[in-house]
Design a protein around this ligand. Structure first.
Ligand SMILES: *Cc1c(COP(=O)(O)O)cnc(C)c1O
Length: 400
């Protein structure tokens, strides 16, 4: 839980700039706002940080996914490849635009397996959403290569990997579009919030218009007179979120470097233990180090090790048992319990086939997630906390 650990003076100052003008909305009120444009400034600094041409602040990471899929013209009749291991929002966003998610397996990176992704492509596949789970990169270069060769669009869900990179290039900039979440659990936070990035002017304009009822944001006319060419909705980020985002993005490199130190220390404690294997990182340099993931030889041993760590005051997550991050556990999804009583889009006649969701189609996810344990890494891990972890690990080693 990094960003929330550092809410302080800098955030207060940026928020107070907004409170002094009283203008909480990002658009309009040009006289009253006295030159304060926090969301716009946040977008500028964030896009520069990522090395992306355009950034659009929005209300959440979930909204960002829906906006990006809409900008990419993903809709009814389309299929979208998504990993079995991700937060539910990745899948929900696909359903929100009327498309059907197709489940892909993961590999030792705990992210989408490019080989399985290629196998799951059908004539209806319009896009793929690789997710950079738990702070580190998927095999993104290979995924983009496969997608390009099949004429499939790439949307990177980088909600959990903000600030991460692969071979020196920031995550979120490999695909056609990338999204981020700034909810309260994420690497940097604005309480709730999200961002869409892209290098395409066309995709940026489609996203920008859709997220604000179609407004074309023509600077030459007043907001009331702005034009529109597509229908949209309201996913606008407000100025208080923009202010928080500005303060937080300036701390992002510091957060990551502190987490890296703490993660390295804990990794060293585990590295001599028999049977423990660390998650494969396609580029350790680009890791954001928000989580440490390691696996054990089998589920039984993983469970015993987890219980022993817990007894020593150290909590880990086994995602195979987690209600929100593993597709096989989403009983409401598997039952097609959509909020609409017609079960749209599952029942859409534009769908070319009925997509199935079977455990046997994701053998690696089912195996790996059952014997992998994930530990959260904080920015602030004082010596006494690290000592507790060291003792818990030494004690837990007895079960191996
Ligand atoms: C958190 C998260 C989201 C959704 O972001 P919100 O801001 O909470 O809506 C999407 N994808 C992944 C992988 C996430 O972890």
């Amino acid at each position: 839980m990094p960003g929330l650990e550092l809410i302080g003076q800098e955030e207060r100052k940026e928020v107070m700039d907004v409170m002094e003008t009283g203008v909480l909305m990002r658009y309009g009120f040009d006289n009253e706002r006295k030159g304060v444009f926090k969301v716009r400034q946040f977008e500028e600094e964030f896009s520069r940080y990522c090395g992306a041409g355009y950034a659009l602040g929005v209300t959440s990471g979930s909204a960002a996914l829906k906006i990006a899929l809409t900008a990419l013209d993903v809709g009814p009749g389309d299929e979208v490849l998504v990993p079995a291991f991700t937060f539910l929002a990745t899948w929900e966003a696909v359903l929100e635009v009327g498309a059907i998610p197709v489940m892909t397996d993961i590999d030792e990176t705990l992210n989408m397996d490019p080989a399985d992704m290629e196998r799951k492509i059908s004539p209806s596949t319009k896009a793929v959403i690789p997710v950079h789970m738990c702070g580190s990169a998927a095999r993104i270069a290979r995924i983009v290569e496969v997608a390009r060769s099949h004429n499939i669009r790439v949307l990177e869900d980088n909600a959990q990997g903000c600030g991460g990179s692969f071979q020196g290039k920031k995550l979120g900039t490999f695909g056609d579009m990338g999204i981020f979440s700034f909810d309260y659990y994420k690497t940097m936070t604005t309480g709730e919030g999200g961002m869409v990035i892209t290098n395409s002017e066309t995709l940026y304009h489609r996203a920008d218009e859709y997220h604000d009822h179609g407004h074309d944001h023509n600077p030459k006319v007043s907001r009331a007179m702005e034009g529109r060419s597509i229908l949209g909705f309201n996913f606008r980020m407000n100025e208080l979120q923009g202010a928080l985002g500005l303060a937080q993005v300036r701390k992002l490199d510091f957060m990551i470097s502190e987490q890296k130190k703490n993660k390295a220390a804990i990794k060293a404690m585990l590295s001599s233990l028999k049977g423990i294997k660390f998650r494969e990182l396609p580029d350790p340099e680009g890791d954001t180090a928000t989580f440490l993931a390691f696996n054990l030889p089998d589920e039984g041993t993983a469970e015993k090790f987890q219980q022993a760590l817990s007894a020593g005051g150290v909590d880990t997550v086994c995602y195979k048992k987690n209600a929100w991050h593993y597709a096989m556990n989403w009983e409401h999804f598997l039952a097609q319990s959509t909020a609409n009583s017609k079960k749209f889009p599952f029942t859409n006649p534009m769908n070319n086939r009925t997509v199935q969701y079977n455990r046997r189609d994701i053998p690696q996810a089912d195996d790996l997630l059952g014997r992998t344990l994930v530990m959260g890494i904080n920015i602030r891990m004082p010596e006494e906390r690290l000592a507790t972890i060291r003792q818990a690990i030494e004690k837990a080693a007895d079960v191996l």
